[in-house]
Design a protein around this ligand. Structure first.
Ligand SMILES: Nc1ncnc2c1ncn2[C@@H]1O[C@H](COP(=O)(O)OP(=O)(O)O)[C@@H](O)[C@H]1O
Ligand SMILES: [Mg+2]
Length: 427
């Protein structure tokens, strides 16, 4: 083929220098360790948290039929909640499988992400489908599903650890009822009768680990749920710069060519991520730095590449925004538009309502009522996307009363406008 191009496609595609490792001829091999689905082999600086989990759930091993531990795990985004609880569940499964005596219950660990599995109904059906093949997706109420699940624990001689990750995504009303039911799961007289369990013979097989990023989670629980759920509490603190450095160093070792980075470079990335203490942010920042370096055709990551990468990394998971419903997105977009136009650090709820109505009109979507908009604002707050506060306002010494202010502290408003703007075009 005769073309006038002064390059060949294979040149563009194949011989580009890469900073990522290419083991076993797999070009994407190195990049994999920077993805969110990658499970790290070495987990750094979480020994105490792991020990706390082991000590709370020890009874699953020591007395499996009398274990009903409920633990809450709190920590901001990127502090290792998912990765550590998953490692715990997996290791516990392996340990019990190896050491279980004949006749002792089998152990099952379920890790449910409530961002993906959004309702109690879906959570229970998901679990039941693991336990009973072909279990129907529809046809039962939550109460019926709870009862069937409990009966199965006895019938199949099981002990269970259920991890409800990102519990903040369940609707508050549903969450309250669901947690109440789960915390009382095995107290039902029907279960006791059915299995002829006397009141004094304790049989408990259900253990629950609830993961939240909401510091006040405990205080939203009603007293009776709190008394059974809220006593065992583990906090995951944000990572320090040195801890982030270690996490980054392992990823770099596995994913990047040896000569492409230095310890100083990793420390620069760690120091930029330190304010949040967010490992996910740190890892993504390093990955973007490498991508920018690669796109420039360079072989060594530089501070300049890091600086440019910072601008690109959204400090909050983009998936959180992607998973919002349309009206929640429109409310968030309204806030972002107001903030970027008026160049203030906050907006008021009334301003948001006005802008939301305009945005709905532009998108040719019927706007929801005021109470619903307030509820959306609450949702966005719960997910950590906005901060809502009530402030006392004064002017010239005169009180103007209390107003509710809304801020977006961590998200670049332009980024939100660009990514949600497509809603207005009817996409
Ligand atoms: N202690 C650690 N050692 C190694 N990697 C970690 C550690 N903590 C977090 N990570 C990594 O950082 C990212 C975010 O961790 P994750 O567990 O998802 O945080 P969270 O659930 O608290 O938001 C994941 O890619 C995870 O593999
Ligand atoms: Mg998580």
């Amino acid at each position: 083929m005769n073309t006038n191009k002064n390059y060949s496609f294979s040149d563009l595609f194949g011989s580009h220098p890469t900073v990522f490792r290419e083991d076993d001829g797999d070009v994407n091999q190195g990049e994999k360790v920077f993805t969110s689905s990658y499970t790290p082999h070495s987990i750094w600086h979480r020994e105490d948290e792991m020990k706390a989990l082991v000590s709370y759930f020890k009874s699953i091993i020591t007395s499996p039929t009398a274990s009903s531990k409920k633990v809450i795990l709190y920590g901001p985004v990127g502090t290792g909640k998912t990765v550590i609880s998953h490692a715990f569940g997996t290791e516990l499964t392996t340990y019990i499988a190896k050491n279980r005596d004949h006749g002792e219950p089998r152990f099952r660990y379920f890790h449910i992400n409530c961002r993906k599995t959004k309702t109690p109904h879906l959570i229970l059906t998901t679990i039941l489908r693991y336990l009973v093949s072909g279990f129907p997706l529809r046809g039962f109420s939550v109460d019926e599903l709870l009862r069937m699940f409990t009966l199965l624990l006895y019938e199949q001689n099981l002990t269970v650890l259920l991890v409800l990750d990102e519990i903040d995504y369940l609707l508050p009303e549903e969450r309250t009822d669901f947690l109440y039911s789960l915390s009382r799961l095995e107290e039902s007289p029907i279960i006791r009768e059915e299995f002829e369990l006397s009141q004094d013979r304790l049989e408990s097989r259900f253990n629950l680990l609830t993961i939240t990023r909401d510091k006040n989670f405990r205080y939203y629980l009603d007293t009776s749920t709190a008394s059974s759920l809220g006593r065992n509490y583990i906090t995951f603190a944000p990572y320090t710069r040195y801890q982030l450095f270690d996490i980054l160093a392992t990823r770099a070792e596995l994913g990047l060519c040896e000569d492409s980075y230095s310890d100083e470079l990793l420390d620069t990335v760690a120091s930029l991520a330190e304010e949040k203490g967010d490992a996910r942010f740190a890892i993504e920042l390093l990955w973007r730095t490498a991508k920018i370096c690669e796109a420039e055709g360079e072989k060594k990551l530089s501070t300049e590449h890091v600086r440019r990468a910072v601008v690109e990394v959204l400090p909050i998971e983009k998936s959180i925004i992607d998973d919002l419903n349309t009206h929640q997105k429109l409310v968030l977009l309204s806030i972002a538009r107001l903030l970027s136009v008026c160049n203030q650090s906050f907006v008021t709820t009334l301003e948001v309502k006005g802008e939301y109505e305009r945005v709905c009109e532009e998108a040719s979507i019927r706007s929801r009522r005021q109470t619903q908009v307030w509820a959306y604002l609450k949702d966005l707050g719960r997910l950590g996307l906005i901060q809502q506060e009530v402030e006392n306002r004064h002017t010239n010494g005169r009180s103007l009363g209390r107003i509710s202010t809304i801020r977006i502290r961590d998200l670049p408003t332009e980024e939100i406008i660009t990514s949600l703007g497509s809603l207005l075009n009817g996409d």
